[in-house]
Design a binder for this molecule. Structure first.
Ligand code: CP
Length: 298
């Protein structure tokens, strides 16, 4: 019986540790595992109803590295266009023998509903502003490469927290490990139920061991709290002039895509303490571990 992955809240610390260890194994053995046929008879569909570059490609690479049969669902050419429901579409794929569906969509709570009605295994690849669990897992994997002790780390999450599924998944995961949360960005874009300290961006960067910058999710909001990209950059962005506040041991993360010159200046994206492209690479190993768990269960 496979294991759905819908959110980080539902994962036990044991399951998180197992995923991290397995991802490390896949990374360490990438050269001689590249042609594994381990999951040759398992069919996985990447079912993306929202745009994606990193997540979709890294899932496909991960699935192919595991030897799975991979089918990328093309929503524009599907019977969704004729009005078939999401449930009937996935029920159809299940009947045809799909074992795992990696799904990205904008509707919230749909994945939980589908997971109760379908027997194929569901992996959340980004659900509205609710959760993006594999992003949080790869962020955690990246953080663990730089910090032996996670408890007590100061993690500053800066930007559009209210519309960010990455922020919520990270919050739910890192809370289990006792980090101190610092939040920064426009006050209107903070989330009331997150426990932590709200600070001006300069102070948030000063105190952080991990600076997690977020993109403004223009596609998920109607309110316009920011009059221009330039204003956002100067008030809340990680600008070159704010680099002086960064501690020498701190790391900079961003789930990407980055709005260069808005939440982050070019020089910060490319800075030696920025681990943005390392996060992207780590996504492959984490998603191998997640797909394996989705196929095999616990
Ligand atoms: N970080 C992330 O989810 O990127 P994509 O939207 O490109 O998949």
């Amino acid at each position: 019986m496979g294991r759905n992955l819908l959110c980080t809240e539902e994962l036990t610390t044991q399951e998180i540790e197992d995923i991290i260890l397995r991802a490390q194994f896949f990374q360490n053995n990438k050269d001689h595992l590249s042609s594994t046929q381990l999951y040759k008879n398992k069919f996985v569909t990447n079912f993306f109803l929202e745009p994606s570059t990193r997540t979709r490609f890294s899932f496909e690479i991960a699935e192919k590295r595991l030897g799975c049969e991979v089918i990328n669902f093309q929503s524009n050419d599907s019977s969704l266009k004729k009005g078939e429901s999401l449930y009937d579409t996935l029920k159809t794929l299940e009947a045809q023998g799909i074992d795992v569906a990696v799904i990205r969509l904008c509707e919230e709570d749909m994945l939980e509903y589908l997971s109760k009605k379908l027997s194929l295994t569901i992996v959340n690849a980004g659900e509205g502003k609710k959760e993006h669990p594999t992003q949080a897992l790869l962020d955690f994997y990246t953080i663990k490469k730089y910090f032996k002790e996670i408890k007590g780390l100061n993690v500053a999450i800066i930007g559009d927290i209210a519309h960010s599924r990455v922020a919520r998944s990270n919050y739910n995961l890192l809370k289990k490990y006792g980090v101190n949360f610092i939040f920064g960005g426009p006050k209107e874009l903070m989330v009331e139920d997150f426990e932590g300290t709200y600070l001006p961006v300069d102070d948030a960067i000063k105190q952080a061991d991990v600076v997690m910058m977020l993109r403004i999710q223009f596609e998920r909001q109607n309110n316009n709290y920011i009059s221009s990209n330039e204003e956002y950059n100067s008030k809340y962005g990680f600008t070159e002039s704010r680099l002086k506040h960064l501690q020498s041991h701190a790391i900079i993360l961003h789930p990407a895509p980055v709005n260069r010159g808005v939440e982050m200046d070019d020089v910060i994206v490319e800075h030696k303490q920025s681990k943005i492209f390392e996060q992207t690479s780590n996504g492959v190993w984490i998603r191998m571990a997640v797909i394996e768990k989705a196929i095999r269960g616990n």
